[in-house]
Unconditional design. Structure first.
Length: 79
């Protein structure tokens, strides 16, 4: 990546500051460890993608199921 491309990429980023309770921050760190993520930002980006997918499924009246072995459970997510 040349210097100009790197500069353009850096300008397209936006810095956010988030306030977390102690409990929420502990959850974030636990998820980061489980996911073997390199940063908290990676966890937040992945969460946004997952939440966006969830909203798309809800808008299209899709049903979400969890399958464990032979057991199928329909999951209702209320937000």
């Amino acid at each position: 990546m040349d210097a100009k491309s790197k500069e353009q990429k850096e300008r397209s980023r936006h810095r956010l500051q988030l306030d977390f309770s102690s409990e929420a921050y502990a959850r974030l760190l636990e998820i980061r460890t489980k996911a073997d993520a390199s940063s908290n930002a990676e966890i937040v980006r992945n969460a946004l993608r997952l939440y966006e997918w969830f909203l798309e499924q809800r808008e299209s009246n899709s049903k979400i199921h969890v399958i464990t072995g032979d057991v199928v459970k329909e999951v209702e997510m209320v937000f």
